[in-house]
Design a protein around this ligand. Sequence first.
Ligand SMILES: [Fe+2]
Length: 477
Amino acid sequence: MPSIYARLTGFYRINKPYCLLLAAILCSPVHGQNTLVPAGQNPYQPDAFPDRIILTATQNPAITQSVSWRTHAAVTDSYAQISIAGDSPALHLTAELVKGKNSTLDTMNGEGRHHQVVFENLAPDTLYAYRVRGDETWSEWFQFRTASDDTAPHTAIYFGDAQNAVKAHFSRVIREAFSTAPRAQVMVHAGDLVNSSAGDNHDDEWGEWFDAGSFINSMIVNVAAPGNHEYRAQESGPRLLIPQWPVHLPAAGNGPAELMSTVFYMDYQGVRYITLDSQQALQSDEMLQIQAAWLRETLSNNPNNWTVVTYHHPMFSVSLGRDNPRLREHWQPIFDEFNVDLVLQGHDHTYGRGENVASGASGQLNGAGPMYVVSVSGPKMYMIGDSAPETMDRLAEDTQLFQVIEFTPEKIIYQARTVTGQLYDAFDIERLVDGSKRVTDKRPDTPQRLCTNPEERTGSSCWGGNSHTELDLDHAH
Ligand SMILES: [Fe+2]
C-alpha cells in the first residue's frame, strides 16, 4: 500500500500542469487586478502625507464645505486650515484651524485613517484656500469657491462608470473634462467609480481613482451615487456597501435614516442635486419605498429652478439584455409629477439620451418629462440593445465620454463630449414664462458611433475593460 506522500507525489507528477495552474490562480496576488499595479508592488499604502483629498457635498455649499482625506493610522487627530484666498502666500496668518473626525479602515494596503472636516460659517460666493494635516506635515493649499446663496449660473461635469482600469483609462477623461470646463463647480459621478471585484482587496482601485482625479477632486465639489460595484455580495442576504464609500465620499447627511451614507441632496445656486441609491432600491422593496417617500418629500419642498437626479441603474436601459422596471414603476411617476429636469445615470456602458415622452417615442422633444441620460467614462463597453432607439434620441457604443452641463436661471445647456473633446450630443432646456419647458436638440450631425471590436465582441460586450493588461513588447518599433 503506497503512503499518502507517495500517492500525492504520483498525483502531482501526472497532473503537474494542472497543479501549477491551480496554485497560480490561488496564490496570485490581488494587487494588479484591474489596475496598473504590478504584483508585489504597494504604491497606495497610507503614510504620513495626506492623500485622497476630496471635496464632497453638503446641503448648503454656500456656507459649508466638506473635505475628506487619508493618512496612516498614527495620525489620530483631524485638522484642516482654511482662509479666504488672498494673493499673498501668508495664508497661515489668516487661516482658521478646524478639527474634524476620523475613523480607521484596514485594507490590502494596510490600516489607514480617514479624516473629515466640514468647514462651516463660510461666506457665499467666496474663494477659499485650505489645506489638510498629515503626520507632522500638511497638504498643499487648495482653492475652491463657495456657492452663491442666490440663483446664479454654474457648470457641472457628469461622468458615467469609470470602474475598470481606472488609472489607465479614466484619467484621460477626467483631465480632458477639467481642461474643457476648468471653472466647473460640481462633478457628478453616476456610480461604479471602481470595480471592487475582489471584495475587501480592491483598495488599489480607489488609489487609481484618486490618482486619476488628483487635485481636481480637491477643488471641485463631488456628488456621487454608488453603483452595484460599490456593493459587495455576502454569503447570504443583501449586498453591503463597501467600507471605502462612506469614508471617501461622505454624503450630505440629509437622506433617509436607513440610507444616510448614499442618499442626499445638495442645493447649488438654483439647482437641487438629488442622489439616490438604485442598488439598494433594486435589492430591497423596503429601500425602494423608503427612497420613493423621501424623494417625494424632498421634491415637495424644492425652491430651486432646476432639479437633477443621479443614480446608477437606468430608468430606460440602453444596453442589450438590461431592464429595471421597478424603477419605472416607483420612481418615474414621482419624477414626472414634480417635473424633474435631468436624470443622470450609468451602469450600461453605452451612451443614451432621450426625453421619453409618455408614448415612448423618440424624437419628440416636447419638454413633457425629464431628460434621461446614460453615459460611460471608463473602458468597459457594451452593445446597444434593440429597443434603445425607441426611448433614446442619441446613442453611442465604444465611446468614453464626459458631459459638461451649464445651468443658468433660464436654461440648461448640455453637451456630451468624447474623451478627445469632440462634441457628440447637445441640447438646451429652457424655462418659459408660463413655467413650461422647451427642449432644443443640438446634437451634431455626425454618425452614431458603433463598436469597433467586431472580431472579439461577445454577446452584449464590446470591450471587457482590461485591455491594458495585454503587454506585447515584441512588436515595439
Ligand atoms: Fe453597474
